[in-house]
Design a protein around this ligand. Structure first.
Ligand SMILES: [Zn+2]
Length: 159
């Protein structure tokens, strides 16, 4: 059995290792969608703007009021060398990532998933959440979110 001191060292060291992997993540989703007055909004069947090149709405048909939630989480990019040996899981592509986040952050990410225009922004890349699962470990970062790298048409300013 570990004595108190070495156990303490182990805990501190582990926490340090985990914090070092923390990154700033912006969770961005619209709180309000307004039909674009410039191009007349969205065509019902194609779900894209009447004018795909409209500069006011970037071809989405809407202008947005954005909520930006800044969170901190661990990011893990898929290791494709390891994965290809084990067989690549279906749906995973290069550039996809996994983040480990708190419950509060997970709730913001659910807002992103609830909107086709929401996205997660990390280091200049935009992602859409693919799955949100509990890690099953009682910890600060107890939600595992799989992200797929995706281009988005409409960006909140700065993200
Ligand atoms: Zn427009």
């Amino acid at each position: 059995m570990l004595d108190r001191r070495s156990n303490r060292w182990f805990v501190d060291n582990t926490l340090h290792e985990i914090r070092r992997g923390y990154r700033d993540i912006a969770v961005v989703y619209p709180t309000e969608e307004t039909v674009c007055t410039e191009c007349g909004g969205q065509e019902e069947f194609t779900q894209s703007a009447f004018d795909a090149f409209c500069t006011t709405c970037n071809g989405t048909g809407y202008t947005f009021t954005w909520a930006t939630v800044l969170i901190s989480g661990r990011i893990q990019h898929y290791d494709f060398v390891k994965l290809s040996q084990a067989g690549l899981p279906p749906g995973i592509e290069i550039g996809d990532a996994v983040i480990y986040v708190s419950v509060a952050a997970k709730e913001a990410i659910e807002e992103v998933r609830g909107s086709p225009y929401g996205y997660v922004y990390i280091d200049g890349q935009t992602y859409r959440p693919w799955s949100i699962e509990p890690t099953g470990v009682m910890y600060a970062d107890d939600w595992r979110v799989e992200l797929k790298r995706s281009e988005v048409k409409a960006h909140a300013s700065g993200y």
